[in-house]
Design a protein. Sequence first.
Length: 690
Amino acid sequence: MAFQSLTRLDRIFLDDADKVLTGIPDGYEALVLAKLVRDGGETGKPGGPLVFVARDGQRMADVEASLSFFAPWLRCVLLPAWDCLPYDRVSPGLDMAAKRIAVLAEIARSGEAQNNEKPVLYLTTPNALVQRVPPREFMRSQVLHAASGNRINMDDLVNWLSRNGFQRTSTVRETGEFAVRGGILDLFAPDAEAPLRLDFFGDTLESVRTFDATSQRTLAQASSLDLVPMSEVVLSDESIARFRRNYIGLFGAATREDALYLAVSEGRRYAGMEHWLPLFFEQLETLFDYFDEMPVIFDHLAREAIIQRHEQIEDHYQARHRALETEDANYDEHSTPYKPVPVDQLYLKEDEINEKLAGRGLVSLSPFDTLESANKRVITLDGRQGRAFATERASNSVNIFDALIEHLSALRKQGKQPVIASWSAGARDRMAHVLEEHGLERGQILDGFGEIESLKQGATGFVTLKLETGFETENFAIIGEQDVLGDRLVRRSKKRKGSEFLSEVNALNEGDIVVHVDHGIARFAGLRTIEAAGAPHDCLELRYAGDDRLFLPVENIELLSRYGSADTEVQLDKLGGGNWQARKAKLKKQLLEMADALIKIAAARLLKTTEPLVPQEGLYDEFAARFPYEETEDQLNAIDAIMDDLAAGRAMDRLVCGDVGFGKTEVALRAAFVAAMSGVQVAVVVPTTL
């Protein structure tokens, strides 16, 4: 069934004519791409690699997620663009740069770029397509392979890592870092799932192991490693000399204010140096050179995105150029002038892209119908956007789930197999249960798209698939959760505040009031280096009443907690006095008395019973399904705990805490709904007007 309606795409790469595939709404493109990869790639070879140019980075990620559901047999390789503005003062992010270089190195190694086990689809964006890249020969030569038993000089490896953008640290935790401790070298390579620990004996690499970046414990043994640079700029003697020559030829003699020229000349990396990439090479290449003869497929609106990118590049270049020519230019940080390289040296212009695409048999996707022309062949598919239930959602007289069941019945009468896609397994199961309560028969949970063919006659499938909107074909219809319930807003988790206990010296300012767990309240006087046991030692100086001093080693900083700021009025404790210990003993006694009283209250509460409050499954699931967000893990844990309390038949004593926007109100409303539907009065009391 999967490709039954796509037979019009058979062997479309066997001629060089440009094609437009119409009738492809968002969501359907994943099936189309899978069909194109399976039936024809480079020179029409089945399973050959293809290139898909998504209209933006988010779309690229969405298509990859859809393909993992529709075509798990397909290997998707993402090639992102720089995540910074054109002619910026910052370099591309390390994670993004690592992924980008790993893919470029893989493609540059020609035959090694393809995985023999799975067909390959390369996904990229217009921003990446217009960006010039280092030559393939350079990327091939920069791959460093090492295996256990190989002879490798550690100093040479350290120099290679430094030249290629890796950062030396004391402990490896992030991508692009490396650390050296005696005969052990730790590093976190680009596109690696875990950092590696290389154990040397002299010039022999004895073992390669993966380890956990948090605990630093060894995870597993590895046989070998392949390293690629962390940056597209490699500071070798040749590249530095080439940069100096090209820079002077383009901008004239450098001045002492030219921090970029001075840094590169000294072999130091400079923030944003990638924006002068052409000066480090004799000539850059393009992604079209890397992809060679691979067929290229353009997403809907991808050509328009290229035009917008060119406008953005030109605007940023002109702004930099005008600032450079203005005598009273307000230069950015450190008054360093920004000398931009010409646009055509760093980016492909539109006419160059058209020239590269000519004769490649370009395939473009579109949800709309279009007319055929002499140089363009149109292939019309049967896809269309699925039904949206906006009218039913807005009406108080129509139950959205009853309307959905009617629509499912109508689809089956048209000979289409209906499938409902939800964003998570929990939402999928809840949707299936709600529809069952509304009279749906023969619902079936599916783990993948391939199981649709095994659906029983008259059954409805339920799958986990993040679709913005559903779509319909001749054979089946996928209805998105958002089509029924409206937009699902996925909230980014906020960073929680750390403990009041201190873990870093830089969290303190001189004069801050602190509390030592054994010696009481003191004032932090700063970081001091003292000699202890014949060796220098870094300590925190704490001053107590009477100008008594305590030097606390920095490794024991967890014994301190913050009391207040330097302006806090507080009586300092006397070092070695009994006042602090007396206060601690008195407080401990009071806490024990309070704990005893609380235990008695809790015991009395446990002895009292009441009617259990159990959610009515159909109504409760329907109520919960209308929540317009994807529940967080903590939210679900809080809801489950409260439901257990309500069903226990005892008084509930629970406090739900969370920052603003973490979803406390929804937790309270679900508890209130269960109580109200059980015939109990409910009061929702708030401190402000809602």
